[in-house]
Ligand binder design. Structure first.
Ligand SMILES: Cc1cc2nc3c(=O)[nH]c(=O)nc-3n(C[C@H](O)[C@H](O)[C@H](O)COP(=O)(O)O)c2cc1C
Length: 223
């Protein structure tokens, strides 16, 4: 009898042991799968060797040809570029916000341009040195970069960095801004830019996505 009880106990303990083992066995492959899946995901977005930072300045409110907008045209394009490239994002925020009234902003920007002003920036990019590729987005203001973008360019060391400019505009196109950027930060390699009209950003984003995709592919910023 004692032997029978001992045998039964051993069998039960043995089964219990198996059950525990099975639970562990189920968990292990899940952990392994996660471990192997993670690096593949981080490798996907861009083909560039180092890290990419998307820097942009954009203004919401009343704007040329598009009425009152909640998010600036450049900001909308920037959001899509960040999504498809996996770039980190830094938005240049002015200490003093621009008016939402279009004509007031036009007058203020004109004053800033003729004074060569450098409007103050409220925030700074993190880990600047870790990026070797900068995608730079801005609106065309008075046939030029907004003065606050010059402030940004003059505030950081661009040695060894490659800059891909894109802009939104109301008809001026690139307005020679890649050359203006070259003159401002000669230490960087400035690639040719992409120009998008603000109106197309607001009204035909499929077209804009197509233009952005082609530009990113041409520059190996996306597969
Ligand atoms: C102050 C100011 C000046 C502008 N000057 C020009 C210009 O010279 N040429 C042009 O094509 N568009 C000009 N625009 C239109 C903007 O470039 C266009 O609306 C752009 O998409 C705005 O981008 P955002 O919404 O990201 O700020 C100007 C707009 C503002 C507010």
């Amino acid at each position: 009898m004692k032997q029978t009880i001992l045998l039964l106990t051993a069998v039960l303990l043995g089964l219990g042991g198996c059950a525990v083992k099975e639970e562990t066995a189920v968990q292990e492959p899940t952990e392994d799968t996660q471990k192997t899946a993670e690096p593949e995901q981080t490798q996907e977005p861009a083909e560039t060797e180092g890290k990419t930072l998307l820097v942009y300045f954009s203004r919401a409110g009343e704007n040329w040809d598009v009425g009152v907008i909640e998010k600036g045209n450049t900001g909308i394009a920037a959001e899509y570029i960040a999504e498809v490239t996996g770039a980190d994002v830094y938005e240049i925020i002015p200490v003093v916000p621009y008016p939402s009234d279009y004509m007031e902003t036009v007058a203020l920007a004109e004053e800033e341009k003729s004074a060569g002003a450098r409007p103050e920036i409220a925030n700074a990019p993190e880990n600047w040195d870790s990026y070797d590729t900068i995608i730079l987005g801005y609106p065309i203001w008075h046939g030029d970069l907004p003065m606050i973008v010059y402030n940004f360019l003059e505030s950081y060391d661009f040695t060894g960095k490659t800059v891909y400019p894109f802009n939104t505009h109301g008809g001026s196109g690139l307005a020679g801004t890649p050359d203006k950027i070259r003159n401002t930060i000669p230490a960087a390699d400035i690639k040719d830019g992409l120009a998008l009209t603000g109106k197309t950003v607001q009204n035909d984003f499929t077209q804009v996505q197509g233009d952005i995709d082609v530009w990113l592919q041409e520059n190996n910023l996306i597969r």
